[in-house]
Design a protein around this ligand. Structure first.
Ligand code: URA
Ligand code: CA
Length: 435
């Protein structure tokens, strides 16, 4: 087999065979196919697309290019969840213990933040002592004991995807539905999921801006799941405004604790109930309907069992369990400064991308993969869309390391929060559930 023939076949609109796709994936993993040919392949796929069969083959080949996590020692259906990335989205920190408290084992590998979106691993590392790197044996042991463990992605998880994704990033070939779908699904499969719930974000603060494209991506991933025997459900959810009120690592842990204690932003709680219900349904193989699943989760929240599971989980991974009781004392937090409304009116826009970038500039995120982050900085909104505010009222707090950084961030927040004479039209939180 010859890589030039494979590239040419795809370039001319042909359908690649399973062996040809395997040859390509083996070659990029070992390095025998150089970057320029891998990039040309990506561009050919970008223009010609891939059939469902080719996409499933690419997904499985990339999943198997490295270590496959074996979760079979954990009894039950292991359901993973993935989000395409949002702002003020601390869902995993709530969802993982919530679903675990309802008897569904959660063995999850999460990513770090990049650009304006946050990452679960960074958030967890703001809890003093919490270890995000565990051996597989320890990871599995904790899931068996407390029902949930969340760690960083192992270095050898889907290495073919690492190579291809890095090349796509610098060759304008990210925006291809089969390439995105196979990239995401290969990592979930390699991480050992039996079933997968996807949160595909749509809107100004999301990777995908329009409902049409996001819907196509979601359906492609659900189809891959079906083709490779991992039942997959995708929820299309809104990211035209931040999901919760907190942006920044410690602040998002704090917000997760608030929700687990029965408070916190309504939309954040709602998305956890919706995604969590789907996880329960998949884990129980269709014996629950969404109403029943939701009521179970509501009871676990109200009874405090979800919070108890959170505490056991954090403790099992070396984190300070007092984070649940005294989060403001335990979590590192920078000094806070108020952001005031410049005019009176209704909060009519809250630009998620801009707010994410303000948090990034404060030090909550990274420009490049190896940048260090500051867990204590960020933004805590004090108003939400549709609120009536008076000039001078506090819109938000910015947590910053210097008065200069705070001033710049405050200006950024003021620009990102629109105030107008009329209340805005509410967008739905959940656009569609695709199964
Ligand atoms: N996220 C991924 O993991 N892969 C892509 O290709 C795009 C977004
Ligand atoms: Ca996120």
């Amino acid at each position: 087999m010859n890589i030039v023939d494979i590239i040419r076949k795809k370039r001319d609109g042909g359908e690649l065979g399973t062996e040809e796709i395997q040859f390509f994936v083996d070659g990029i993993t070992s390095g025998s196919i150089p970057d320029y040919q891998a990039s040309a392949f990506a561009m050919a796929v970008f223009f010609q697309g891939m059939s469902a069969r080719e996409t499933a083959d690419l997904t499985l080949a990339m999943a198997k290019s490295g270590e496959l996590m074996d979760l079979s020692a954990i009894p039950g259906v292991k359901v993973d969840k993935h989000s395409t990335g949002g702002v003020a989205d601390t869902t995993t920190l709530i969802l993982a213990p919530l679903v675990a408290s309802a008897g569904v084992p959660v063995a999850k590998m999460s990513g770090r933040g990049l650009g304006h979106t946050g990452g679960t691993v960074d958030k967890l590392e703001s809890i003093p002592g919490y270890r995000t790197e565990l051996s597989s044996a320890e990871f599995i042991e904790i899931v068996k004991k407390v029902g949930v463990s969340v760690i960083g992605q192992s270095k050898n998880l889907a290495p073919a995807d690492k190579v291809l994704y890095a090349l796509r990033d610098v060759t304008a070939t990210i925006e291809s539905i089969p390439l995105i779908a196979s990239s995401i699904m290969s990592k979930k499969i390699a991480a050992g999921a039996d079933a997968i719930v996807l949160d595909v974000k749509v809107g100004k603060g999301a990777f995908l801006k329009d409902l049409d494209t996001a819907g196509r991506l979601a359906r492609t991933m659900v189809q891959i799941g079906r083709d490779v025997g991992r039942e997959t459900v995708a929820c299309l959810t809104d990211m035209n405004r931040p999901l919760g009120d907190a942006i920044g690592n410690s602040l998002e842990v704090l917000e997760a604790v608030e929700v687990l204690k029965g408070g916190g932003p309504e939309r954040l709680k709602e998305i956890c109930l919706v995604l969590g219900s789907q996880m329960l349904i998949l884990a129980n193989k269709g014996e629950l309907d969404s109403g029943e699943a939701r009521r179970i989760l509501e009871r676990k929240l109200a009874s405090g069992e979800a919070l108890e599971t959170f505490v056991s989980w954090v403790k099992a991974q070396g984190g300070d369990p007092a984070v649940a009781e005294y989060p403001e004392e335990v979590l590192p937090l920078a000094p806070k400064y108020p952001v005031q409304a410049a005019t009176s009116g209704y909060v009519s826009t809250m630009e998620p991308l801009q707010l994410g970038l303000v948090a990034l500039e404060l030090g909550a995120g990274r420009h490049r993969k190896d940048d260090a982050i500051d867990p204590g900085v960020g933004i805590k909104m004090q108003v939400t869309l549709g609120d009536k505010v008076e000039a001078g009222e506090t819109l938000a707090w910015v947590y910053a390391r210097s008065p200069e950084a705070a001033l710049k961030a405050a200006q950024g927040v003021q620009e990102a929060v629109g105030i107008s004479g009329a209340p805005p039209k509410e967008l739905p939180l959940i656009y569609q559930v695709i199964s």
